[in-house]
Design a protein around this ligand. Structure first.
Ligand SMILES: Nc1ncnc2c1ncn2[C@@H]1O[C@H](COP(=O)(O)OP(=O)(O)OP(=O)(O)O)[C@@H](O)[C@H]1O
Ligand SMILES: [Mg+2]
Length: 469
């Protein structure tokens, strides 16, 4: 976390003891946070009430650190009012003496984030706050994503006219209202994540958390930590409780992207989540139950299952509803539609007047096989829109690699897929024969048997001619 994050974090310290309060205010101000303080409940409520009225989220209190015993009430009362609606998004940390640990545990049940014992260890408290912020950032990202989904990702954003694709999307939409686990398969860039978004957006869980995890991007340990969270003290550096993504997704949906990349050990743990909807945090023994809908995606899970790299039982659990996205080269009819949409989007984004592309360019686009599927086509259109100087995109804006591939294809098709041998005019028949034999040999990696077969001559003839070359 960097300092610029911190100055947007508002902390309220509620503590009646002047020295402790001032110490905390000074420490966290120095750390770069925006700090408010109150010496009793009444003034704490005043600050929270006025912050609750603010339109701008940036000025709302994010974290409250409160003493348990205050002159005009208890920290628990404050906690209750916060969680009951005063500012439900604020996280509360209770500071308590050793004698009141029991009350502190009660506070956790009431929704406090954690408690710390007095005298306060400032570093411990700072770590706790950092943890809250990173969790909050994650949730904010999810909320932003959720809002974006509302605006953008209805079915209207997935463009296709291919019968197979329409069937797949129809199935996706018809199962979106259920809680069934979905496995989306497809090559890179075929729209797996887009389809997952559509399922969530059409489901009852639409306004609940939608957590995405790219399983390929994280090592085994980090992934387990991220998925299951950890208890305070689970290992060195685990200074506070950390809620994993399964827990954060509670009530909503989790998208396990590239699930084929998960190690066999983690697969076992995930199998339990799938079967029982329960798990323990790393280093913990308390079983946590969650209500989640699971959507998984992979490019090559069936292959991993047959290699023994992916558990069969987990695969069957995931594969309740299978949605297979076919590659773009098998639905070329989608290319003109996608081009039209992407051109429109990028032209608008870049403030350019682009009306279309000429026939040569469309032919190039239709002739290509797109190993990167729709994402690759989208990138190509973005590039062409950016570099085009004309309102109709012509060949000069086509990315170089695509031009080369196209030129080669054209040459191949003119020659029926074969290379040519160039023979100059005016040379004698014997020399021409020699050139033909030499070139055919080269092309066949000097395999004389194959050359003889290609040229429909005897092997001996090849040897005889070779002596002369
Ligand atoms: N049918 C479609 N209509 C419109 N846009 C699409 C379509 N399919 C994919 N896209 C766009 O192409 C890009 C890649 O799609 P997405 O990220 O969903 O693919 P993916 O299968 O998850 O790829 P990867 O396996 O590489 O993660 C996104 O920008 C997405 O919006
Ligand atoms: Mg993806």
């Amino acid at each position: 976390m960097n300092l610029s994050d911190r100055k947007f974090v508002n902390i309220l310290i509620v503590e009646d003891e002047d020295a402790s309060r001032n110490g905390l205010v000074e420490y966290f101000t120095l750390k770069g946070y925006k700090v408010f303080s109150a010496d009793r409940l009444k003034s704490a409520f005043e600050i929270l009430n006025s912050s609750a009225e603010l339109e701008n989220n940036k000025d709302k209190i994010d974290i409250v650190i409160t003493d348990l015993k205050l002159p005009d009430g208890t920290g628990l009362e404050l906690l209750k009012s916060i969680k009951e609606g005063l500012n439900q998004n604020a996280e509360v940390i209770i500071a308590t003496g050793f004698s009141s640990v029991k009350t502190a545990v009660e506070a956790i049940k009431l929704g406090a984030y954690d408690y710390i014992t007095k005298p306060v260890n400032l570093e411990e408290l700072d770590l706790l706050i950092s943890r809250i912020i990173s969790n909050k950032n994650l949730i904010d990202e999810l909320n932003i994503l959720k809002n974006r989904l509302d605006e953008k990702y209805n079915f209207g954003n997935l463009i296709t006219s291919s019968r197979k694709m329409i069937e797949t999307v129809d199935t996706a939409i018809s199962v979106s209202g259920t809680n069934s686990t979905v496995l989306i398969e497809g090559e890179s860039g075929t729209g797996k994540e887009l389809l997952a978004n559509i399922i969530v957006n059409n489901s009852k869980r639409k306004n609940k958390p939608f957590v995405k995890v790219n399983c390929a991007a994280l090592s085994e340990t980090v992934l387990e930590n991220e998925l299951f969270g950890h208890e305070k003290g689970a290992y060195t550096g685990a200074d506070s409780l950390y809620k994993g993504r399964f827990e954060i997704a509670d009530g909503g949906t989790i998208f396990l992207d590239e699930i084929g990349e998960i190690s066999l050990k983690t697969q076992t743990k995930i199998l339990r989540v799938l079967q029982e909807r329960e798990f323990e945090r790393v280093g913990g023994s308390k079983t946590i139950k969650v209500d989640i809908r699971i959507i998984a995606a992979s490019q090559d899970i069936t292959q991993k299952v047959s290699n023994g790299e992916f558990r069969k039982d987990l695969y069957y659990r995931l594969n309740v509803i299978n949605l297979n996205l076919i590659p773009l080269r098998e639905r070329k009819e989608d290319i003109p539609l996608l081009v039209k949409r992407f051109l429109g989007d990028f032209a608008e984004e870049n403030g350019k007047k682009i009306t279309g592309l000429n026939k040569e360019v469309l032919d190039i686009l239709l002739n290509y096989d797109y190993p990167g599927n729709v994402r690759e086509l989208k990138n190509i259109i973005e590039y062409m829109t950016a570099v085009s100087k004309n309102s109709v995109i012509d060949e000069s804006s086509v990315p170089g690699y695509l031009k080369k591939i196209n030129q080669k294809k054209e040459a191949d098709s003119d020659s029926g897929g074969k290379d040519f041998i160039k023979i100059p005019f005016g040379i004698g028949l014997e020399d021409a024969e020699n050139i033909i034999i030499k070139k055919t040999l080269e092309r066949n990696g000097f395999n004389k048997v194959k050359t003889a077969n290609d040229l429909k001559i005897g092997l001996k003839t090849v040897y005889r001619k070779l002596e002369k070359i």
